[in-house]
Design a protein around this ligand. Structure first.
Ligand SMILES: NC(=O)c1ccc[n+]([C@@H]2O[C@H](COP(=O)([O-])OP(=O)(O)OC[C@H]3O[C@@H](n4cnc5c(N)ncnc54)[C@H](OP(=O)(O)O)[C@@H]3O)[C@@H](O)[C@H]2O)c1
Length: 311
C-alpha cells in the first residue's frame, strides 16, 4: 500500500486520520472543495492537497489513478434531501465507479450508527443507502464503519454544547432522553488505520461505540461540570423539542439543529445487542477524556458570535 486518497480528509475525523496515517510515511492525497481549508494539512510530510470537484466523475477517475486505497469520509448532518442524496448516495456510486476505472481494490467507507432506510431522518436513510451501494461492490474489498457520535478534540458535538453553555445560564434542551454511546476520535481513526491492511475486515460492517451509554442530558451536564459551569438545564418534552428543532432550522446562519436531527434522535444511537465494541482495541472512556473541552481556544467563543452575526 503506497498511496491513500481520502475524500473528506479536511474534516474533523479526516484531519485527525490524516495526521495518524502520515506518521506511517504513506503518501496521502486529499481532494477538497476549497484548497485554502486544507492548508493546515499541507505542512505534514507525504501529503498532497488539491482543490477538486469530487462529484465530477472524470475528476474522480483521474484522482484515483495510481491510488491503492480510497477512504470516503464525506458526510453532512444538515441539508436538503438533494444535498443528502448527493453526499451520501450519489458520491458513493461515483466512488465505486472510479475505483473500478482506476483499478483501486480497497475502499473504506464511513457510514453512521442508526443508518436505516426505515428511519424518519433523511440523514439516516441516505447513509443506509450509501452503505448498501458500497457493499454491493463485491469486486472491491470494502469495509464500512458505523460510529455513534464522535467526541474528541475539535468535535462538533460536545464542543458545541460547551460554547452554548458558556453563552447562557439557562439551556432549554431538546431530546434530553435521546440515548447515545459516544466513541472517542482516537478509537475511530485507529479502526480505519488498522483495517486498511487487514483482509479479515473486507466485506465487514463495524459499529464503533464507547463503553458507556449516556442520555443527551447526561452529556450536557457532564460538559457543564467539566467546564466548572453552574447552569440550569431545562429538559424539553417531545412537542417542545420538535418546535425548537423547527425554529433552529429556520434561523439564518449555520445550522445547529434541524428537524431531521430531531427525527434521528428518536431512535437510540447505541450498539445493537451482541456488538463487539473492542474489535480494534478497548474504547477510551468518555468520562476520563474530556479535558479537551477545557483546553479549547478561549477565542473560539468569538467565532460563535461572529457566526451568529454572519461576519
Ligand atoms: N462526527 C460525528 O460525530 C459522526 C458520527 C457518525 C458518523 N459520522 C460520519 O463521519 C464522517 C466524517 O464526519 P466529520 O465529523 O469529520 O464531518 P466534517 O468535519 O463535517 O467533515 C466532512 C467532510 O466531508 C466534506 N464534504 C461534505 N459534504 C461534501 C460534499 N457535498 N462534497 C464534497 N465534500 C463534502 C467536507 O468538506 P468541506 O470541508 O469542504 O465542507 C469535510 O471534509 C461523515 O461521513 C459523517 O457523517 C460522523
Amino acid at each position: 500500500m503506497n498511496t491513500i486518497c481520502i475524500l473528506g480528509g479536511g474534516g474533523f475525523v479526516g484531519s485527525h486520520l490524516v495526521a495518524k496515517l502520515a506518521k506511517t510515511g504513506v503518501a496521502i492525497l486529499i481532494p477538497g472543495r476549497r484548497r485554502i481549508d486544507l492548508r493546515a494539512l499541507d505542512v505534514l510530510p507525504t501529503i498532497t492537497t488539491v482543490e477538486a470537484d469530487i462529484h465530477d466523475p472524470a475528476t474522480l477517475d483521474s484522482l484515483f489513478k495510481g491510488v491503492d486505497v480510497v477512504i470516503n469520509l464525506v458526510g453532512i448532518l444538515h441539508g436538503t434531501r438533494a444535498e443528502f442524496e448527493q453526499a451520501h448516495c450519489e458520491l458513493p456510486t461515483q466512488v465505486v465507479a472510479a475505483c473500478r476505472a482506476a483499478g483501486v481494490k480497497r475502499l473504506l467507507h464511513m457510514s453512521a450508527l442508526g443508518a436505516s432506510v426505515d428511519s424518519a431522518s433523511v440523514y439516516q436513510q441516505t447513509k443506509a443507502r450509501g452503505e448498501a451501494i458500497v457493499l454491493a461492490a463485491i469486486d472491491l474489498n470494502v469495509t464500512v464503519f458505523r460510529p455513534s457520535v464522535i467526541f474528541g478534540p475539535d468535535d462538533h458535538f460536545l464542543n458545541l454544547f460547551a460554547k452554548i453553555l458558556k453563552l447562557t445560564k439557562i439551556l432549554p434542551l431538546a431530546n434530553p432522553n435521546a440515548r447515545l454511546q459516544p466513541v472517542h476520535l482516537d478509537d475511530v481513526t485507529r479502526a480505519f488505520a488498522v483495517a486498511i491492511n487487514d483482509p479479515t475486515t473486507f466485506g465487514q460492517v463495524y459499529t464503533l461505540c464507547g463503553n458507556d451509554v449516556f442520555s443527551l442530558e447526561d452529556l450536557v451536564r457532564l460538559t457543564a461540570k467539566k467546564l466548572g459551569l453552574k447552569r440550569a438545564i431545562l429538559p424539553l418534552g417531545e412537542g417542545a423539542s420538535y418546535a425548537m428543532a423547527m425554529v433552529m432550522e429556520w434561523l439564518p446562519g449555520p445550522k445547529i439543529m434541524t428537524r431531521d436531527n430531531h427525527y434521528a434522535l428518536q431512535t437510540d444511537n447505541v450498539a445493537p445487542e451482541g456488538t463487539v465494541i473492542n474489535r480494534f482495541g478497548p474504547p477510551l472512556s468518555l468520562g476520563a477524556n474530556l479535558d479537551y473541552l477545557r483546553h479549547e481556544d478561549s477565542r473560539s467563543i468569538y467565532a460563535l458570535y461572529r457566526c451568529h452575526a454572519r461576519r
